[in-house]
Design a protein. Structure first.
Length: 259
């Protein structure tokens, strides 16, 4: 079993998506059995709760533009696969159809928060606007956990010792101890990977990757934008909570697979 893990892309109007186009070619080249997009594919700056409503931050920002930016990136991702499958069908050959999984991130969840704050928006905005089912994804809402071959996937995991439900933080060893099973998450702009053995000899793996984008984020200072790894991970020999990770940096991906 081979699984491709796609961290946060945070697509918004005006950002470069060449790496996403390259990823589409990479998928067709490597043909993983499963593809997991961990969420925050959409950035949704028009629904940010970190800026004061009416401030200059929101000038020119539009919900529909935010949604459309992510949809266009998703179409770019699947363009090579769709063209390949169309050719396969014409030649009466079996198409390549990997299992597609999408776990909603906190940026997509901005829709839920906006609806709670202003019920007048009900019926005008919603998670269905992302059209994920039309791309073939099975979808899981924010902080739902989907287990695949013994590995738990979610946008992030809650610290069980936190009274406020905060995200689990710290070293990968700390995350493995608190989560207690093999897991994969995004959200945090870092690359953390580790494994350990339980007292019964069961090997568990932990992986945190939270950045698959080439642009800089305004909320991070210049040093912060340089200090995290960006890329994807192919998980080979996935079974019973174990796998061999193969990391592919954004730079290498675009140099080798962008055409």
């Amino acid at each position: 079993m081979k699984l491709l893990f796609i961290p946060d892309t945070q697509v918004k109007v005006g950002v470069n998506i060449d790496h996403i186009k390259a990823l589409g070619n990479y998928i067709l080249d490597k043909k993983p059995d499963i593809i997991v997009c961990i969420g925050d594919w959409w950035d949704m700056p028009s629904l940010s709760s970190y800026e004061k409503k009416g401030s200059r931050y929101f000038e020119g920002l539009r919900y529909r533009d935010d949604v459309e930016a992510g949809l266009q990136a998703m179409e770019s991702l699947f363009k090579p696969l769709n063209e390949y499958n169309a050719m396969r069908v014409r030649n009466r050959k079996k198409p390549y159809r990997p299992r597609l999984v999408f776990t909603e991130g906190n940026h997509e969840n901005r829709i839920s928060r906006a609806l709670n704050e202003d019920p007048r928006l009900i019926g005008t905005i919603g998670f269905d606007d992302f059209q994920l089912e039309s791309f073939g994804f099975e979808t899981y809402r924010f902080l739902e956990i989907v287990e695949i071959e013994g590995v738990a996937f979610s946008h992030y995991f809650i610290n069980p010792d936190s009274l406020t439900g905060s995200v689990v933080t710290g070293s990968i060893e700390n995350k493995l101890k608190l989560i207690g099973q093999s897991f994969v998450m995004g959200h945090q702009q870092s690359r953390q990977y580790g494994n350990r053995y339980s007292g019964l000899g069961r090997e568990i793996h932990g992986l945190v990757l939270g950045a698959f984008y080439s642009h800089s984020e305004d909320y991070m200072n210049p040093q912060g934008n340089r200090q995290h790894w960006r890329g994807i991970c192919m998980m080979h020999e996935l079974h019973d909570g174990r796998y061999d990770p193969s990391f592919v940096s954004l730079d290498f991906l675009t140099r080798k697979w962008l055409s």
